[in-house]
Ligand binder design. Structure first.
Ligand SMILES: Cc1cc2nc3c(=O)[nH]c(=O)nc-3n(C[C@H](O)[C@H](O)[C@H](O)COP(=O)(O)OP(=O)(O)OC[C@H]3O[C@@H](n4cnc5c(N)ncnc54)[C@H](O)[C@@H]3O)c2cc1C
Length: 460
């Protein structure tokens, strides 16, 4: 092992290799919790170095876990004391912005927010956005096919990636840095790596698609009192705002009450006794016209008696304070530990019945003190569910997982809408994918990483 560590040190230099206390001083996640266990953390500064590292690790049959911003929520970056962690923290450059072709080239360790800010300065917009923007990285976003707040209009990370560069388990560099919107020259290899959670290759750089920068953003927090009103309101906003609807985020009453009121972390913009709260957002390039269109759409919803209350933000600060309630994951963690969080998707037509059944099952099993908090990207059919029953034992958590996941199979739902499978959802993958699909995934894994050294034990 000393020999391998010396080889890695020769590749990345003393500063690029952490061992011993320098490893355990590193946290397990973005919140700074826990202590890392690993043989070493290797921190390359170029694709060539990543390639050399993988050649050496492959020859030694050494397992490698890739680290981005560690904001993934499914144990995808968990490591054992025998693993090498490969961190992209020294590969954070924005290499090029092409305003005409509307593309940006970024190294995989660049934080999402850095990309967003760099292209905004050039009058453009990178359409992926999520609460962890300050910490999560382009490579992590690609490896998890991240979703976020604007999927409704722009799609997931997959839709933002035009090309990428990836280092395979044996060190081969696949440079697929396509910058064209149209390029049908054989298999589009990038798709194999997007969403592969570090199991098929290490993403080192990417060509990302950009859009014209929005010149206006209109945000409102709206309350409705039935699921039927909620879906009618969603349909109306889609129609009236045409392509301009960028976000339709819903918080069930318990979520709003807990975060906006009880947590003491926010000032509640609306009373807390409505059934559903919706963050609705429109973006456009004609500020005056967009704002009139947005107000008219809300007015129409009032006339059709779809909404019972609303606050239309008058400033960026007000809009941000609405989003802060929706995005306050830390507040949920503080209020609900021990708890289990889920990221599921299901057809909107089944959502109301699914949620009611789940709430009833949880209360029936653990009593009314148990909490089932629901919120999420409803416009994408994606719900986040947090369940806290006052007991964090493995047996209880397994029962909760079965309660959440099992019913999804019959209604065509997915056990992971955005976060991936990692370690957390391995046992439930078969509820969402057929055994033939899983067998094919395993064939790809065996072909690209025959020794199984890349992020072992994850997904399957
Ligand atoms: C507050 C908060 C809000 C969030 N909101 C959303 C949301 O709205 N939508 C959403 O989709 N997710 C969300 N997430 C989850 C998370 O931010 C995303 O999954 C994100 O894409 C992970 O990026 P990361 O850089 O932190 O990856 P990490 O957590 O470091 O890694 C995630 C996985 O990708 C692999 N990986 C990382 N970098 C690379 C690379 N360069 N090459 C190959 N594999 C790699 C890792 O091995 C691991 O398997 C949220 C998380 C938090 C904490």
């Amino acid at each position: 092992m000393e020999k391998l560590l010396q080889t890695l040190r020769d590749i990345v230099g003393d500063n690029g290799l952490l061992t011993g206390d320098d490893v355990s001083a590193r946290p397990l996640n973005w919140l700074g919790q826990g202590n890392r266990q690993a043989l070493a953390i290797v921190r390359p500064s170029s694709t060539q170095e990543v390639s050399q590292i993988m050649k050496a690790c492959n020859a030694a049959r050494q397992c490698v876990v890739t680290l981005g911003g560690m904001t993934g929520l499914v144990g995808g970056t968990d490591s054992t004391p025998d693993d090498i962690l490969l961190s992209l923290e020294r590969m954070t450059n924005i290499e090029d912005i092409d305003p005409l072709g509307k593309t940006v080239i970024a190294q995989a360790g660049a934080p999402l927010q850095k990309v967003q800010e760099a292209v905004t300065d050039a009058g453009l917009q990178f359409a992926l956005d999520l609460g962890a923007r300050g910490s999560c990285t382009v490579g992590g976003n690609i490896a998890t096919n991240a979703g976020g707040n604007q999927v409704l209009r722009y799609g997931m990370m997959r839709e933002q990636v035009l090309g990428l560069e990836v280092v395979l388990a044996d060190g081969t560099i696949i440079s697929s840095m396509n910058a064209l919107l149209k390029n049908n020259t054989g298999y589009d290899l990038k798709h194999l790596f997007i969403g592969s959670e570090g199991t098929l290759g290490i993403v080192t750089r990417a060509v990302l698609r950009l859009h014209p920068r929005a010149l206006s953003t209109n945000t409102a927090l709206v309350a409705v009192n039935s699921f039927e009103m909620l879906t009618s309101f969603f349909a109306l906003m889609g129609e009236q705002l045409s392509g301009g609807l960028t976000a339709f985020e819903v918080m069930w009453q318990d979520h709003y009450q807990l975060i906006a009121v009880k947590s003491g972390r926010h000032s509640a913009p609306l009373p807390a006794d409505y059934k559903y709260y919706i963050v609705v957002e429109q973006q456009g390039v004609h500020p005056e016209r967009d704002s009139e269109q947005f107000s008219a759409a809300l007015e129409m919803a009032v006339q059709q008696e779809l909404l019972v209350d609303a606050v239309l933000s008058q400033s960026e600060t007000q809009a941000q304070s609405i989003w802060n309630i929706r995005e306050d994951i830390e507040g949920l963690t503080i209020a609900l530990t021990p708890a289990l969080g889920f990221d599921i998707s299901l057809p909107i037509k089944h959502m109301d019945a699914y949620v009611s059944d789940l709430q009833q099952n949880v209360s029936k099993t653990w009593g009314t003190a148990a909490q089932t908090i629901i919120f999420g990207h409803l416009g994408d059919g994606n719900l986040h569910v947090v369940i806290s029953v006052g007991d964090g034992s493995e047996t209880t958590f397994t029962t909760i997982k079965q309660m959440v996941y099992q019913p999804l199979q019959a209604i065509g739902g997915s056990v992971s809408a955005e976060h991936g499978i990692g370690l957390e959802k391995k046992d439930y993958l078969a509820l969402s994918r057929s055994k033939e699909e899983i067998a094919l995934m395993q064939k790809f894994k065996n072909m690209l990483d025959p020794s199984g050294i890349l992020n072992p034990e994850k997904i399957f």
